[in-house]
Design a binder for this molecule. Structure first.
Ligand code: ATP
Length: 364
């Protein structure tokens, strides 16, 4: 199996899917750079599997085009596309050895050196030592890696991963995420991974398209999605957000904007405020909030819940206007608060993101 070489971009142009009267995917454009690890992320029913199936050729688009490089594959039959899919179920042939399972597709097409290519693919997934075994002799995680070796052995233009880790337990799942990322970067193929697990998408992908209701809400790298979500949906879907309804009242000399939330004055970085916008959501991630007065923005509250989660403690703190903020504090020896305690919650300007209330959706 040759590694390296040119991997072409995948482009969806105005692609859409209608099931009778129901629109599963609204017309959308999507560009996946060749050789990148791309994730389609969203809640159940958002249209990510339908999008994946259109790329695979298993679902005919209602409109739009699919291109790999300059080649239009919209009308190409699934089996004639150089696109492979890895599913949650491994579907290995039980009576064949692992090596034969991986080499099977190449041999059927009469490709020379099929065994050598299969051996190389097994090396890549670190399973060369079990090449002579049968699938039933392998653990679930190993079988999943065999399925992956089988899917990359012919160097597809695009490898589609449809929730492939869904059947694995959490610990194995976390290991496989790292493993998949390593394999993708070694083999240099384009991977498109469908998942509803935001942590999984963020761990693995170079870029993520967040889908909601058949549309792409935002497409960006994981850090940008987390730190600069474009909507309340993205802010809430990727991790937790405290969204404070606020009004921008002016700008200070030191680059800060003056805002008011529920009668309390707070400062936000002027650069974070969209031009000419007054009604905003100020979003602060739970780990940016601190217990005590260390930050410039301070709000009084009462602890309503404290949950020990191992590396951190997660607090719910009720604000005077009834809203509960979530605060996450590392268990690094700093003082902990008790349920019922009056506390000050603080953070520094710049540690927020700011969304236009009239554009970004409701708080959710
Ligand atoms: P999940 O994670 O649950 O698979 P998803 O984001 O992958 O969700 P899709 O499977 O793409 O979502 O489905 C999108 C919408 O289209 C859903 O509301 C689904 O019910 C609908 N849908 C999918 N396939 C069909 C079909 N063959 N006929 C009618 N509706 C369909």
């Amino acid at each position: 199996m040759a590694t390296g070489g040119m991997t072409e971009d995948l482009r969806l142009v105005g692609i859409s899917k209608q099931f009778e009267t129901f629109t599963a995917v609204h017309p959308m454009d999507l560009e996946v750079p060749g050789g990148s690890f791309f994730a389609l992320l969203g809640p159940s029913g958002c249209g990510k599997t339908t999008t994946l199936r259109m790329v695979a050729g298993l679902e005919e688009p209602t409109g739009g085009r699919i291109l790999i490089g300059e080649k239009d594959i919209t009308s190409t039959k699934a089996y004639q596309r150089n696109v492979n899919t890895v599913f949650q179920s491994y579907a290995l042939f039980p009576h064949m050895t692992i090596l034969d399972n991986v080499a099977f597709g190449l041999k059927r097409r009469g490709v020379k050196g099929a065994n050598a290519a299969a051996q190389e693919a097994l090396d890549l997934v670190q399973l060369s030592q079990v090449a002579g075994k049968k699938p039933a002799q392998l653990s679930g995680g190993m079988q999943q890696r065999v399925a992956l070796a089988r899917a990359i052995v012919n160097r597809p233009d695009v490898l589609l991963l449809d929730e492939p880790l869904g059947a694995l337990d959490l610990k194995l799942r976390r290991q496989m995420q790292i493993e998949l990322k390593r394999i993708q970067s070694e083999v240099g193929l384009t991977f498109i991974h469908v998942t509803h697990d935001q942590e999984e998408a963020m761990t693995m992908a170079d870029s993520i398209a967040v889908m909601n209701g058949g549309r792409i809400e935002q497409l960006a790298d994981p850090a940008t999605l987390y730190e600069r979500p474009a909507s309340t949906f993205v802010a809430n879907f990727l991790g937790q957000s405290n969204l404070l309804q606020a009004r921008i009242n002016g700008f200070g000399a030191d680059g800060v904007a003056l805002a008011q939330t529920h009668g309390q004055d707070v400062l936000v970085a002027g650069d974070n405020v969209p031009d000419g916008i007054q009604d905003v959501w100020i979003g602060v991630r739970p780990e940016k909030l601190r217990l005590g007065e260390a930050g410039r923005n301070r709000l009084d509250g009462v602890v309503t819940d404290a949950s020990f989660t191992g590396v951190a403690t997660q607090y719910l703190i009720r604000m005077p206007w009834g809203f509960e903020v979530m605060l996450v504090q590392q268990n690094d020896g700093s003082a902990r608060a008790q349920v019922g305690e009056n506390v000050v919650v603080s953070w520094d300007p710049g540690h927020e993101f700011v969304l236009d209330q009239h554009q970004a959706g409701d708080a959710g």
